[in-house]
Design a protein around this ligand. Structure first.
Ligand SMILES: Cc1cc2nc3c(=O)[nH]c(=O)nc-3n(C[C@H](O)[C@H](O)[C@H](O)COP(=O)(O)OP(=O)(O)OC[C@H]3O[C@@H](n4cnc5c(N)ncnc54)[C@H](O)[C@@H]3O)c2cc1C
Length: 417
């Protein structure tokens, strides 16, 4: 599966995808389905064996219906269902000062759930299981990319040469940077970034609680950042606990008992006592947006193009929409012209499709942050009035739930119901 033969390295690929995480693997599978000859370059070696007795991963994603549809359309959703996932039917949001709250329920919009909480590893694994079945996909792991040289030939068609540390080279008509927030591809081709340091970190992990989560995701807004329980199996929830970045070291240094008590306090005790804690991890949070998503022969997707505050669980959902939009753009272009499908003007169509949408979602997170960040009298009063008012506006809540679940108007084909 991951052997690197001379033949693999000498092939001229249609598309080289750097990064085989959730988004890169989706692009690879979708393009392979459309008949492109694809190579995936992943710096780590994903463990492809699934063992249901494995402890829960620290990294999970709340997937929307649009993301579920993308994975379904590509045949990877069954791989998720065969492993571990949890549907959530409700979402309860409240704030600590006034206790004002909003409750969202799938039954109000005649849906069976509001999405699924799935471990990132399960999503990646489900995609890789499909990738290994494809004859037109090569998977190369543990290779360190050092250079990309792009030449533009007749008809404005690009050809890239990718060089790796071991001196190995590989050629592709298009390079997709799906290599995450610190994208090497983005650096190598000189795409700049707009950044904003949230000065917050997220502490993540799994805990067991005394009370059942009732298939509900619970989010409590506190002045130093939100705290969320994302429901998993039984009484197990994944936590996403946001706090000032200076508290990250202290939080991670707590022993299990002190950590459990601190989680109980941050959650306001909404699920009772924390009876068990497992491994935890923490990430400083930064908003990043690539100034351009495309260059001649190169395109960025997912976290390589944008990162966002995870409080609304949108990061990978946006990345999967990037993937679906890119697949559709390239396959349409290939049908129009089998030679010029990788031209810059085609890649710009993808950029126009996705960049504005990602920007709007990024900025709407700042609105939440602003409203909940400090204990100013004005903001307290706004929250105290706004949340109960919002809770009574059933039509507005239903609209919001549908938007969050199914996405906006210009959905790629793969993401539609
Ligand atoms: C605390 C936290 C909670 C989150 N919760 C949610 C949520 O609930 N819902 C949601 O939608 N999103 C969530 N996100 C965001 C989500 O995790 C990311 O948006 C998502 O992981 C991005 O996927 P990706 O495939 O673009 O990048 P990544 O997941 O970063 O994958 C990149 C891949 O590229 C590989 N790679 C990196 N560099 C190279 C290289 N040079 N060569 C080859 N391979 C390389 C890596 O090994 C990796 O496999 C959360 C993020 C955080 C920090």
């Amino acid at each position: 599966m991951t052997k690197q033969t001379k033949e693999q390295l000498e092939t001229l690929y249609d598309v080289a995808i750097v990064g085989g995480g959730m988004v890169g693997a989706t692009v690879a599978l979708g393009l392979a389905e459309q008949g492109f000859n694809v190579v995936v370059l992943e710096k780590s070696r994903p463990e492809l064996a699934w063992d249901e007795t494995n402890p829960f991963e620290t990294r999970v994603s709340a997937l929307t219906r649009a993301s579920e549809n993308i994975l379904k359309s590509l045949g990877a959703w069954q791989g998720v269902l065969d492993k571990r996932y949890h549907a959530f039917t409700d979402m309860h949001v409240w704030e600590d000062i006034s206790n004002a709250q909003v409750h969202f329920s799938a039954k109000d919009i005649d849906e069976s759930n509001l999405g699924f909480v799935v471990e990132n590893k399960v999503i990646q694994l489900a995609l890789w299981e499909k990738l290994v079945e494809k004859d037109n996909v090569s998977l190369l792991t543990e290779k360190a990319l050092v250079a990309i040289e792009t030449k533009v030939g007749p008809g404005n068609v690009a050809l890239n040469e990718l060089s790796f540390e071991e001196g190995v080279k590989l050629r592709a008509k298009l390079v997709v940077g799906a290599d995450g927030a610190f994208s090497k591809v983005r650096q190598l081709v000189g795409i700049g970034l707009e950044t904003h340091d949230y000065e917050q970190c997220a502490v993540v992990g799994c805990v067991e609680t005394e009370l059942s989560h009732q298939n509900t995701c619970w989010q409590r807004y506190r002045s130093e950042g939100p705290f969320a329980y994302l429901c998993m199996d039984g009484h197990v929830s994944s936590i996403a606990w946001y706090m000032p970045v200076e508290k990250m070291g202290w939080t991670l240094s707590l022993d299990d008992k002190a950590f459990a008590e601190a989680v109980e306090e941050a959650s306001g005790g909404c699920l009772g006592r924390v009876t068990h804690v497992s491994a935890r991890d923490a990430f400083p949070l930064t908003r990043r947006h690539a100034l351009e998503y495309v260059k001649q022969g190169v395109v960025l997707v997912g976290d390589a193009a944008h990162t966002i505050h995870p409080q609304a669980g949108q990061g990978v959902n946006l990345g999967l929409l990037d993937a679906a939009a890119l697949i559709e753009t390239l396959s349409d272009a290939k049908q129009e012209n089998a030679i010029t499908w990788n031209r810059l003007s085609v890649l710009r169509r993808y950029e126009r499709w996705r960049k504005g949408d990602n920007h709007i979602v990024q900025r709407s997170m700042e609105g939440f942050d602003w409203l909940f960040e400090q204990d100013s009298g004005v903001k307290n009063a706004v929250r105290k009035t706004l949340l109960p008012f919002a809770d009574r506006m059933q039509m507005a809540k239903n609209w919001l739930m549908r938007q969050a679940l199914k996405g906006r108007q210009a959905l790629p084909e793969l993401a539609r119901d």
